[in-house]
Design a protein around this ligand. Structure first.
Ligand code: B12
Length: 455
């Protein structure tokens, strides 16, 4: 029987090329955390999956618990670039986090409204895909699965994403039918998902893994761009290579088409999600920026995931300037240049990159440099030195608290510097300062904020 086109207000339906494919609901669950700020967030992994599945013949829909979704849904006003706060509900802290002196909250849409909207689905989906982003956000998945089981006890639920990949053993304990670790476009994973639907796997679409379906966001002020997957670096604090071994870049022309489509529906702000956007710039970034410049589209580009400063030569900086780079976040990480955990930035490269950005015309106010804070055994003097070096250029240092991530080289070392049991993903939360002696306190936080502000 051909499924009817489901009618329910607020959830976007993406028309599919075929009329008879299975119909699949994607769910981006709530965030449970001590802090959450929307830096152009989108569940990119899930959007990539839905893109592949719909190109392979499925009908797809999305419930994003972190998106405003309904016109009449109260939501904190976003800034002019689309970044902003989320609504939140304060919750009791879970056991292992009971002593953390911060409020713990659920961020995103009200649970009852989400449940009521989903309950109107007719017919129910054939399959539900839940994504996971930060490992320590898993309570949001537990809450979403409980709701979905209440609604449709018989519909198979498949979990994938960062948490499902890095904490597989933990994820297997949740009440889901299938846990997928790694990219959906891996042939084994692709087959497992279609088998759960009772079908044999169709061929993967040509751009599988590189294209994301952002058309679900009908009233969005911003969009995301993913020019590459993976990262050629092996930083000891990062789990990137576990999530995506290898490095693959999109075709500049296809990426430009994505931006142009979004532009045509009124979107002006675009955030890059790449880990290594500037690597092989001749292959992707330079042709992409050239195309944006020639098109005369007036857009703002944002790099919340940080740029590798050593690749910021004058040509790239000038093209970025003309194409509309607006929010510049730089990976400074640590001023102890000789013993850096990433070994990817030397002191003269940092100075050269800064010179090039300024010479290209960027304002210092547009920039901030991420300084790693709370690394296992990190000396305060090193953080102070980093802050001083960044401030010497008149730009803002932004302290990024370390999160111990399973699968990273530094994870084992982190275990020796924390009072927490890192087998529980809740303990990976960067907001609790898991490897700082004594953990997070407001006094320490205020001290470091003052230092970072130059007091
Ligand atoms: C973009 C990004 C961000 C963005 C926002 C992301 C968001 N949506 O909220 C910004 C810049 C804001 C950010 C911030 C931070 N981030 Co970040 N971020 C990333 C990054 C680079 C890309 C994520 C992504 O979208 N990838 C692209 C998609 C396509 O890949 P994917 O999600 O893995 O999806 C594939 C598969 O997993 C699978 N899949 C996904 N979902 C599903 C679902 C189903 C059902 C199936 C079958 C398959 C499946 O198929 C997909 C397609 O192949 C990752 C690193 C990485 N390379 O993944 C880090 C990463 C997720 N971040 C990380 C960290 C540490 C942070 C920060 C804590 C940094 C800091 N110290 O401040 C902050 C925390 C922010 C917060 N508290 O809100 C860590 C994870 C930490 C953890 N414990 O989980 C990562 C892994 C990087 C690392 N260092 O190892 N981040």
């Amino acid at each position: 029987m051909t499924p009817k086109r489901p009618k329910w207000p607020g959830i976007t339906w993406r028309p599919c090329v075929r009329e008879s494919g299975p119909w699949i609901l994607g769910v981006n669950p709530w965030v449970y955390d001590f802090a959450a700020y929307n830096l152009w967030a989108r569940p990119a992994g899930l959007l990539v999956c839905l893109d592949m599945l719909s190109k392979a013949g499925a009908r797809t829909a999305l419930m994003d618990c972190m998106d405003r979704t309904w016109q009449d849904q109260p939501w904190p006003a976003a800034g002019y670039t689309g970044a902003g706060r989320y609504p939140r509900t304060v919750l009791p802290r879970p056991g292992v986090l009971a002593d953390v002196p911060r409020q713990y909250s659920r961020y995103g849409l009200p649970g009852d409204r989400v449940e009521k909207a989903l309950a109107r689905l007719d017919p129910p989906p054939d399959l539900i895909l839940i994504t996971s982003i930060m490992t320590y956000w898993y309570p949001g998945i537990v809450a979403a699965v409980r709701m979905l089981r209440r609604l449709w006890p018989g519909v198979p639920v498949c979990l994938g994403g960062v948490y499902a990949t890095l904490c597989r053993e933990h994820a297997l304990r949740l009440d889901v039918d299938l846990v997928i670790s790694g990219p959906l476009e891996d042939e084994d994973n692709w087959a497992k998902v279609w088998n759960l639907l009772g079908s044999s796997p169709p061929e993967l679409p040509r751009d599988a893994g590189m294209s994301l379906d952002t058309s679900f966001y009908t009233q969005s002020g911003y969009s995301v761009i993913m020019g590459s997957r993976g990262c050629p670096f092996r930083c000891s604090y990062c789990s990137g290579y576990r999530l995506y071994p290898g490095f693959r870049q999109a075709e500049a022309g296809l990426l430009f088409e994505h931006i142009r489509r979004e532009y045509m529906r009124g979107i002006r702000d675009f955030a890059f999600y790449d880990d290594a956007l500037l690597v092989n710039a001749r292959n992707l970034l330079i042709p992409l920026l050239d195309k944006i410049i020639s098109s005369r589209m007036e857009i703002r580009l944002h790099t919340p995931n940080a740029l590798h400063v050593r690749y910021l030569d004058l040509e790239v900086c000038r093209l970025f300037y003309r194409a509309g780079l607006h929010t510049i976040r730089l990976g400074f990480e640590t001023g102890a240049f000789g013993s850096r955990p990433d070994r990817k930035l030397a002191s003269d490269e940092w100075s050269q990159g800064m010179h090039n950005l300024l010479q290209a015309g960027f304002e210092k106010e547009q920039m901030a440099a991420y300084v790693l804070f709370g690394l296992p055994g990190q000396d305060n003097a090193e953080v102070l030195q980093s802050i001083r070096e960044v401030r010497r250029w008149g730009i803002r240092p932004e302290l990024t608290q370390y999160s111990p991530i399973p699968g990273s080289e530094m994870f084992e070392e982190a275990k020796n510097y924390t009072w927490l049991d890192l087998d529980d993903p809740l303990a990976h939360n960067n907001s609790i300062w898991p490897c700082v002696p004594g953990g997070f306190t407001w006094a320490k936080r205020n001290y470091w904020s003052r230092i970072a502000a130059g007091a």
